[in-house]
Design a protein around this ligand. Sequence first.
Ligand SMILES: [Zn+2]
Ligand SMILES: [Zn+2]
Length: 192
Amino acid sequence: MRCFYHANRDASGICPQCGRAACRACLRDAGSIVICPNCADLRIKATEAASRQHLNDRQAIINRAKRQISVSHVVFIAAFALSASGIAGIFLRGTPVHAPLSAHISGIAFNGLTGSLSVAYSVWSMYWGIPPFWRFLMRARARMGIMLVNPFMWIGFFFLVMVSMIAGVYASLFGSGIFQYIKRWKLAVGRF
Ligand SMILES: [Zn+2]
Ligand SMILES: [Zn+2]
């Protein structure tokens, strides 16, 4: 039997992958088996494609995390601006109070700043904290599945929605929003 790749050489083995005969010079050690040069090339290409795919998947996770972080910053700024303009509007339409103007302005500025910051923090933390609760709800709904054709089950599900949304809001405000934000930062810098 002759080598498939060298017509003038005797084969010293058969490639277990494609069944072609190959000479001693052609056969390649591929870990647990010995294969022909063509199959060895295919293996290398497959490994490269797999690692490229892995890199693409990683990059997609990093890009998604970066996008979510940017959006959350926009949400924070927008909520702050809306709240601050609302407070400024109330101040401008309010009746004049007989107090030194400077005290008035500094008081409004301080209240406006702290008020707007807390509004912005609340909205921002819910941007991060509500989605995990929402996903929990959707998984619960998927598990309930066919049972939801029963109208009484909808009452139960509605109750679950109310409870988990309220829980989601409180959890967001008291740290789960910050936790989610830090988690995304770790993803964004590739620490996973
Ligand atoms: Zn082969
Ligand atoms: Zn050969």
